[in-house]
Design a protein around this ligand. Structure first.
Ligand SMILES: NC(=O)c1ccc[n+]([C@@H]2O[C@H](COP(=O)([O-])OP(=O)(O)OC[C@H]3O[C@@H](n4cnc5c(N)ncnc54)[C@H](O)[C@@H]3O)[C@@H](O)[C@H]2O)c1
Length: 314
């Protein structure tokens, strides 16, 4: 049985709490949120679980073996270092940290402590991602020529994701929020990316996040990767990651749709198996037992952070 404590029960914290609650090999041992109102709601749902407003109190529970950390990005670093110092395993939300230096310090501390360290990149556990990877790797679209990642948001923040940090420049914005998923996926498939130029558009108010960006990256063997994004447009949200090969193209649209085209055919939506093949929680359990597992560890998180910071600041 994996005994889990969660710090930060906001939008994503609640989503993973529900995932953990459905897992027969997991027990939720403690929940922490600094917002007492959140805790009051959780108290009525989970009367037997210990609730805390101070994460240091949660960390004193010796029976908890893994902490899932789901607070906003700028608080990851300090809380993660405190978790690591207790020797508990750590699943952290993306992006790993709010700067490259913080991310590196977290990765070094986690490795020195010998704990399981992982980041919640859910696409790694989706069948659509594995089919996408397979199609690119097995030569189905031929030699790769270019990758284009496009983010189009009707508005930012999205109407369902209103909170006090996500529209701010310090730790919010759609580059920080959404680009890490695509950097991680592309680095998994194509190897390390390097930013050669990036042009974020910022509004006059220095507290507000970007409204758009255009960036050029490269893989180690010189394949160009273009990222661009815009918010505040008359269109439904559309996210696309399209790989162009000499024989065909493959496009990952809105996280879940794969469409492939060939030289002489229109693009065709591919069927993706609905049978669940990968599961983050099982992978965490395997890893705590010392078994080989499919996790995105903090070293990969540092690589994602490095590209992310270059998109934001170059
Ligand atoms: N992996 C994904 O697909 C995914 C999706 C959405 C968000 N995220 C990431 O998850 C993290 C949280 O995002 P969110 O949208 O859930 O934010 P949120 O604002 O909805 O929730 C954050 C929660 O953390 C609590 N909190 C803040 N500081 C705390 C502290 N010191 N101690 C205890 N509780 C504290 C807040 O009260 C809030 O309830 C961010 O890093 C975000 O980038 C990841």
């Amino acid at each position: 049985m994996l005994r889990i404590g969660i710090i930060g029960i906001g939008a994503i914290g609640e989503r993973l709490l529900n995932t953990f609650l459905q897992h027969e090999e997991v027990e939720i041992a403690g929940l922490c949120d600094q917002n007492q109102e959140r805790l009051n709601t959780l108290k009525s749902q989970l009367p037997d679980v210990s609730l805390y407003t101070d994460y240091q109190e949660l960390l004193k529970d010796d029976k908890i073996t893994l902490i899932y950390l789901a607070v906003p990005p700028k608080y990851h670093h300090q809380i993660a270092l405190d978790i690591i110092s207790t020797g508990k395993h750590l699943l952290c939300e993306k992006p790993l940290a709010n700067s490259l230096a913080e991310a590196e310090e977290m990765a070094n501390a986690a490795k020195n402590a010998g704990i399981v360290h992982a980041i919640n990149f859910p696409m790694v556990y989706s069948n659509v991602f594995h089919l996408y990877n397979e199609k690119i790797q097995n030569g189905s679209i031929g030699e790769l020529k270019k990758v284009e990642v496009n983010f189009q948001f009707t508005e930012w923040p999205r109407h369902w994701q209103q909170n006090d940090w996500i529209a701010g420049r310090e730790q919010g914005g759609f580059i920080r929020e959404v680009a890490p998923h695509y950097i991680q996926m592309l680095q998994y498939i194509l190897g390390d990316l390097h930013v050669t130029a990036s042009f974020p558009d910022y509004p006059e108010d220095p507290a507000k996040c970007e409204t758009g960006f255009i960036s050029r990256l490269e893989t180690a063997n010189g394949i160009p990767v273009l990222f661009s994004g815009i918010s505040g447009i008359g269109q439904k949200e559309h996210l696309s990651c399209k790989v162009y090969g000499e024989k065909g193209t493959i496009d990952l649209v809105n996280w879940s749709i794969l469409s492939e085209s060939k030289k002489d055919t229109n693009s065709e939506v591919l069927e993706v198996s609905r049978e669940k093949e990968y599961d983050l929680v099982y992978e965490l359990i395997k890893s705590t037992k010392g078994e080989i597992s499919l996790l995105v560890d903090f070293d990969e998180g540092v690589k994602v952070q490095s590209v992310l910071e270059d998109l934001l600041h170059q």
